[in-house]
Design a binder for this molecule. Sequence first.
Ligand SMILES: [Zn+2]
Length: 165
Amino acid sequence: MSNIFSGGSHDLDLSNGATAVFIDVLMLAVSDLASEDWDFRFATLLTLQDQNVMGRGAVGFDLAEFDWGTTERERARAKHFVLRATALAASGHRWSELGYHPPRVHNYLHRFATMVESCVPPAESSAARGFPGPHEAAMASCARHRVLSALPLWDGCFLCHRPHH
Ligand SMILES: [Zn+2]
């Protein structure tokens, strides 16, 4: 079973284990970069990729189904945020907190960045299925780990819920 992250003509087809690593490193970056409402909604989307909650092989998203914003400026800013978070994740940001070495994650992040760069955020959000709304923004930060969590959906961040810690 695998999970598919897609956008335009690009696909990132990740095994369950690879998905967990990809989302973990992105979450660490997003937690420290998020500043505007959209960023926290994207953080919620990341928490929804937690296969411990959603079921293994049952996650993934399509950039074409994001609610990127209503103005050109908003959409460009949101896209830039995802690219900044991806670049920060690729720099090894807070990887020491994972408790494991994230194998091959550079490859996933590079392919994801290429996908996002080539994506033209759609102007209308009618296709935005499953993208968290403003009221679902992950504004809570786990005090122990300083990682965003989507209260009230989940109590604590992904590091709190690691199976082996
Ligand atoms: Zn935590």
